[in-house]
Design a protein around this ligand. Structure first.
Ligand SMILES: Nc1ncnc2c1ncn2[C@@H]1O[C@H](COP(=O)(O)OP(=O)(O)OP(=O)(O)O)[C@@H](O)[C@H]1O
Length: 310
């Protein structure tokens, strides 16, 4: 598949401050990639470079086949949708009026307004003033605004900050439907819960540098973090020597439940030993979450990040 975004050794500096350092990144058509990082890690800087709002100090940025700050910038921007962090609208206008206003600005077909209100689940609230909207509804209106003109590439900057888990899920489901229709999505976030099922890959950033890049599976393979086993049963009968014999350190959850961390390579061996025990009723296995992986990659020594996967 064609790359939609290509960054080659891109650096963005302000005097001595390096906002982004030698970044290489290729995003393919129809991919959903999450930019993850602490405040000031460089997420918005990457988005602004892709939008052509700022130019790299060195290196090359290519978006849909041309430079975003080059002679084709205007044509290119019509193919991009952008939901900025902290989106605000005219409070006195209705959702429909807001979208109609943006459609005019973007020179998009006004018939799209109703279609998009439907797509983001705002049809019933379309004729209410924005000042009556919840945070989740405002974000969905922001998403509808970003979708005007049927963009091929969607950039979402911290789109779910401040949303509750149900509103976050609804938001990502709407984005996933777009991605499934071939739209490429780049989203930045430091709110990790809820994002896992929707992304193809994650780029973990720290101080403008790439700390890790890959699918959840690739990040798990690279990190080699242990699996968590939640074991249920009559555990009081389990002597500490038994745990020791399996090289496990149980963390009590309650009288009938403990958690143990098991290195991935020992998974089957430990499972066999545990399932052979009559006092164990159930075992739940959890691989490391994106949150565990993020913590791992953002706290490991800098010398180990040089080989971050391409
Ligand atoms: N216009 C600017 N001039 C100088 N430095 C800037 C400018 N904009 C951002 N920076 C700096 O660049 C670095 C990266 O900022 P950026 O906004 O890309 O981070 P971020 O990962 O999006 O952070 P956040 O999660 O807080 O939004 C930070 O150190 C920031 O202070």
């Amino acid at each position: 598949m064609n790359p939609v975004i290509e960054l080659q050794r891109v650096t963005k500096r302000h005097g001595a401050l390096v906002r982004l350092a030698e970044m290489d990144l290729t995003i393919k058509e129809g991919e959903m990639l999450a930019l993850l990082g602490h405040n000031g890690a460089g997420k918005t800087t990457i988005m602004k470079l892709i939008l052509g709002l700022i130019a790299p100090s060195s290196g090359h940025v290519d978006v849909l086949g041309s430079a975003p700050d080059g002679p084709h910038a205007e044509r290119l921007r019509r193919q991009l949708g952008y939901l900025p962090e902290n989106v605000t609208f005219y409070e006195q206008l209705t959702g429909r009026e807001v979208l109609t206003y943006f459609a005019r600005l973007k020179r998009a077909d006004r018939h799209q307004v109703t279609v998009l209100l439907e797509r983001v689940g705002l049809v019933e609230a379309a004729d209410r003033r924005v000042k009556t909207y919840s945070k989740g509804m405002r974000q969905r209106l922001g998403l509808a605004q970003a979708l005007l003109g049927s963009p091929r590439l969607l950039l979402l900057d911290e789109p779910t900050t401040g949303l509750d888990p149900a509103a976050t899920r609804d938001f990502y489901q709407a984005v996933k439907a777009l991605r499934d229709n071939g739209c490429t999505v780049l989203l930045s976030s430091h709110v990790l819960p809820g994002i896992e099922p929707y992304i193809d890959r994650a780029l973990i950033l720290g101080k403008g540098r790439r700390l890790a890049l890959g699918s959840l599976k690739q990040l798990r393979e690279e990190a080699q973090l242990p699996l968590t086993f939640r074991i249920h049963g009559t555990l009081r009968a389990m002597q500490s020597q038994l745990w020791k014999a399996m090289s496990l350190e149980p963390i009590p959850i309650n009288e009938r439940c403990v958690e143990v961390n098991v290195p991935a390579e020992n998974k089957m061996q430990v499972l066999r030993q545990l399932t052979a025990m009559p006092n164990i009723d159930d075992i739940e296995l959890s691989p490391p979450t994106l949150e565990h992986l993020y913590t791992h990659f953002s706290t490991r020594p800098a010398s180990l990040t040089l080989g971050a996967s391409a």
